[in-house]
Write a protein that binds this ligand. Structure first.
Ligand SMILES: [Zn+2]
Ligand SMILES: [Zn+2]
Length: 275
C-alpha cells in the first residue's frame, strides 16, 4: 500500500474497503437492494477519523459474554459480542471502530482466538480486528462476493454447520443472505443455551418475538419456505435466550418457543387467503 492509499469505510453500512487512492467509486453492499445509499449520498470515512469522533462501550452481559458497541451510534449500529471459553475467546459479529482502549479491554478479557460474522452487513472492520488479535475470521463461503477487503486470514467455511471453540457452532440459516449464519452457545443463559442471531433472525422490539426479512431497511419479506428453513436449521440446538444485533434486542427466555410462534405468525401474515 502506498502512503497515499487509505482503507475507506462506508458511512452507511460501516464496511471497510481494501486500500485505495481516494475513495472507492461505490459501495456494492449499500447499492444492493437489502441496504440503501445514505440520505446525503455515498459518504466515506476512515478509522483515523472515527477515532476522533467515536468510542466503544464495553458492557458485561452475562457470565462469559461481553458486548462491544460504538458511541455515538455508527452506520448500522450493531454491537459485537465477545464470548469467553476455556478454549479461547470468540468475537461474534464485528464493528467498524477498533481503538487502543478497546484492544486493551479485550486483552484483559483474554483476547480473541476467532472471529465469526453473521452476514456482510456486519463485516465492518473485521480485518483490523483480525490483525489486532491475530485471529482468523470465519465467514460463510456463500457470501464471499460481499467481502470488500479480502485477506488471507479469512476462512471461508462451507456447508450447514461449522464447529468452533469449546462447543460453539456456526449454523447456516440463509434467508437474509445465502450464507446468513447464527451462533449456538450451549453455555449461555446459565447453561440453558443461547442463540446469537445477528439479524438472520432479528429480535423485534416486542422481545417475545423475532422476525425474518430479506431486507430490513426496505421491508422486503422472505418467502415461507425460507422462514421454514431458518427454523429447521436452529431446531436441533437447545437455547433459552436469543441475542439479536443491538443492545436491547434480546429475547430473555423461552427462545425456542419464540422462534416457533414468530415463524407461525409470519407465515400466516404473508400467506394468500382464498375467499
Ligand atoms: Zn455501504
Ligand atoms: Zn443485515
Amino acid at each position: 500500500m502506498s502512503t497515499t492509499q487509505q482503507f475507506y469505510i462506508c458511512k452507511t453500512c460501516g464496511t471497510q474497503f481494501a486500500a485505495t487512492e481516494g475513495p472507492p467509486p461505490a459501495c456494492p453492499i449499500c447499492q444492493d437492494e437489502r441496504q440503501y445509499i445514505g440520505f446525503n449520498g455515498q459518504e466515506w470515512t476512515t478509522l483515523a477519523e472515527l477515532l476522533q469522533t467515536h468510542a466503544n462501550e464495553i458492557r458485561p452481559l452475562e457470565p462469559g459474554m461481553t458486548g462491544i458497541g460504538s458511541q455515538p451510534a455508527f452506520a448500522i449500529a450493531q454491537r459485537a459480542l465477545l464470548l469467553q471459553t476455556p478454549a479461547g475467546n470468540l468475537l461474534w459479529d464485528c464493528i467498524s471502530l477498533i481503538d487502543p482502549p478497546t484492544i486493551e479491554a479485550v486483552k484483559e478479557l483474554g483476547g480473541i482466538s476467532a472471529i465469526a460474522i453473521s452476514h456482510p452487513h456486519y463485516y465492518s472492520s473485521m480485518i483490523e480486528w483480525s490483525r489486532a488479535f491475530d485471529a482468523p475470521v470465519y465467514l460463510h463461503a456463500d457470501d464471499r462476493r460481499w467481502v470488500m477487503r479480502p485477506d488471507p486470514d479469512i476462512v471461508y467455511w462451507q456447508g450447514e454447520t461449522y464447529p468452533l471453540l469449546d462447543g460453539l457452532i456456526l449454523i447456516r440459516c440463509g434467508g437474509h443472505f445465502p450464507g446468513g449464519t447464527v451462533l449456538h452457545w450451549p453455555g449461555g443463559a446459565g447453561g440453558k443455551g443461547a442463540l446469537l442471531s445477528g439479524d438472520i433472525l432479528t429480535v423485534v422490539p416486542d422481545r417475545r418475538y423475532v422476525s425474518f426479512m430479506y431486507s430490513y431497511p426496505n421491508l422486503i419479506p422472505l418467502p415461507a419456505h425460507a422462514v421454514q428453513r431458518i427454523v429447521a436449521a436452529v431446531e436441533p440446538y437447545p437455547f433459552d435466550r436469543i441475542y439479536g444485533a443491538w443492545w436491547e434486542r434480546v429475547v430473555r427466555q423461552d427462545g425456542q418457543a419464540a422462534v416457533q410462534r414468530s415463524a407461525e405468525r409470519y407465515i400466516r401474515a404473508i400467506s394468500v387467503e382464498l375467499e
